[in-house]
Write a protein that binds this ligand. Structure first.
Ligand code: NDP
Ligand code: 8X3
Length: 253
């Protein structure tokens, strides 16, 4: 394959979907992943017909190691020269104090944001090492830099991404693999609908009276990071809406 290849987790929505679109628009072949098969198929058809690139949809749950291993093991040989891995799949589940925490929410966040990212990386990094190059871009969060009230476990998972980003960079340095974290503030996606368990009204209030980032803003940042010259690596970016100073300070109309 002469086109570069980007492997994007969580491409069925939000930041991952916008990134798949932008990489495809810029001539990358894309491996798109997620649990919602219908959305993967729809996106695959759209990208193939619009941008005349190749798409490999892989339908699995990042929390299930066997599914991750099977999906990556059976990637066809001509798809193994992966240039960019975008570790994006993730979620927040709920918002509450530690003393009233919901175990199932904690486990979903830890299993997806930390263990899922690790399972993917553990299986893709050896391919990149064999190829002699690669770039891993981890989507962290402002929640990986600060802790806000009731955000305890989500913030912990994103602090873990921050640490893993640094650790990966050290371990993969001898293998010509770049590692970058992009840490956004508020981005309007399905994130808050998922966090509030489908409560669309509550989700809308998160962005009420302000202009949040759009998923396309993050996609542009991802593509910019991935397209720096070979001798340049962007280690870490915090990207916020102009009206948001930190996790808890924003100007609303
Ligand atoms: P969305 O809910 O719009 O997208 C999340 C994506 O992750 C979906 O494609 C979803 O696919 C995928 N995903 C979730 N769980 C799993 C799983 N178990 N297995 C496979 N895929 C999974 O949210 P965003 O686009 O906003 O979120 C993307 C990343 O950005 C997350 O890591 C989030 O923490 C981070 N982030 C978001 C911010 C925001 O304000 N929106 C700010 C900072 C960081 P499917 O359900 O089909 O499996
Ligand atoms: C998502 C942003 O502020 O809700 O990571 O934690 S925030």
């Amino acid at each position: 394959m002469k086109n570069k290849i980007a492997f994007i987790t969580g491409a069925t929505s939000g930041i991952g979907k916008a990134s798949a679109e932008l990489f495809a628009k810029n001539g990358y072949n894309v491996i798109i992943t997620g649990r919602r098969k219908d959305r993967l198929e729809e996106l695959s058809n759209h990208l193939t017909s619009t941008y005349k690139i190749d798409v490999l949809p892989l339908n699995f749950d990042v929390r299930i190691l066997k599914e991750v291993e099977a999906a990556i093991k059976f990637i066809p040989d001509n798809w193994k020269n992966i240039h960019v891995l975008l570790n994006n799949a993730g979620l927040a589940a709920g918002l509450g104090t530690i003393q009233e925490g919901v175990m199932d929410d904690w486990e979903r966040m830890i299993d997806t944001n930390m263990k899922g990212l690790l399972y993917i990386t553990r299986n893709i990094a050896p391919l990149m090492i064999a190829n002699g190059h690669g770039h891993i871009i981890n989507i962290g969060s402002i929640a990986g830099k600060e802790v806000y009230a009731n955000g305890n476990v989500y913030c912990a998972t994103k602090h873990a991404v921050d640490a893993l980003n640094k650790g990966m960079r050290i371990d993969l340095l001898p293998h010509n693999i770049k590692v970058t974290a992009i840490n956004p503030g508020m981005v309007e996606t399905e994130f808050s609908v998922v966090r509030f368990n489908g409560d669309e009204e509550r989700a809308k209030n998160v962005y009420k009276g302000l202009q949040p980032l759009l998923p396309e803003d993050i996609a542009e940042t991802v593509l910019w990071v991935a397209s720096r010259p070979a001798h340049v690596n962007i280690n870490d970016i915090i990207i916020m809406p102009s009206v948001q100073a930190n996790s808890t300070t924003a100007i609303r109309k």
